[in-house]
Design a protein around this ligand. Sequence first.
Ligand code: PHE
Length: 451
Amino acid sequence: MSSPASPRSTWSNRWAFILVTIGSAVGLGNIWKFPYMAGSQGGSAFVAVYLICVVLIGLPLLMAEILIGRRGKGNPVSAMLNVAEETRSSPWWGIVGWVGVVGALLILSFYSVVAGWIVDYLIKSISGFRVETAEGASAAFKALLANPLEMALWHTVFLAMTVGVVARGVISGIEKANKVMMPGLFLILVLLTLWGGIAGDMGAAWDFMFAFKAHDLTPGVMLAAVGHAFFSLSLGMGAIMAYGSYLDRDSSIASTSIWVAMAGTLVGLLAGLAIFSLTFAQGLEPAAGPGLILQTLPLAFSHMPGGQGFAIFFFTLVLFAAWTSAISLVEPFVAWLTERLGIRRPLAAWGTAAAVWILGIAVCLSFNIWSGYTLFGLNLFELLDFLTSRIMMPLSGLAIALFVGWAMGRHSVVDEMQLQGKAFEAWYRILRYLAPLAILLVFFHALGWLG
Ligand code: PHE
């Protein structure tokens, strides 16, 4: 017999939390961004720094963010303020919540445009789209980038899909779908990697990703990899804090975080192996930039037995993964509007969507009509990505490490973390010393302040 208070119900809660958090973490970051970043940022050097950062900085910070969310019980701004008040720290820490909430919306503006590309390719696949040559694949992607209306349409559709869920607060439906879609995504990536082994050049892909070449390791590559570790684990943007506030006290923050970090990393590595083995075999360029997977994969699907069906499944699952991540990008701000200002949820959600939509339209234009408008040589899309992944996320991560490591006080941290012995000490020391120092070093190094 199982009563609501039996251990069994606790487990199922914990798994539900793990699933939504994996839903937030696993998304375009792992499938779209990781391969193209690795491809254009030195391959194995990027991958090595990324993996080290996930384990040494990302995972401990994931735990710290869940911890703040659960203790502060509220949207990221309130959670930071609540914990700061409880531990008699300065209310200025609330700024960290704000950086996250605003950063998440900035990310969403271009995330939604890229998810729109996936919608576009899904529709194309359904209508029998094929490309025969590498040139054909590149031309098809370029044609999409040159068409602001088409991009704007799919951006609008994707944003509406996302906000529709947040407006109704029906995270539970997604939670159920997640149970099927996430394993589905994983399976299709395994199949794709196997196909990469059959039809592609797995040896070259392996070399490119794992044969470490120290000369590729520049400060810029290091900052890109640190930033991507944050991006792929949804760190520093309030998303994890917002979800952490729903976690019950019996669940272990540490093991939950390990699951999430493993899932995200594995998806990225599988996607990378599959994509690079096909990229090399097809004579495409690994440094193709943001269009990498949308050039490599359609070409591979066109030559695969049952490729059309496979493409449809693949793009559907990627879209789903993007959707669950996008929801976690809107939720923090909408939670703040409803909890703090008392605005009704639908109004809060659609109002937020309107602002993000406008910025997203500007992103669509930055690939074509407005591509001449640049700042530091970056167009709006690149600028938003740079600002969020390489500046806001690392700095917000730094602040979270300092908050939990120094400001909160050991007593509250021990009480909330429920981790004992050496594991706790190691984690706590990482937050106090290693993570802040590492982030600062990489940051200043990349800015050229350390020579
Ligand atoms: N982690 C998500 C991805 O990899 C993106 C994301 C970043 C989601 C920050 C929420 C917060 O696609």
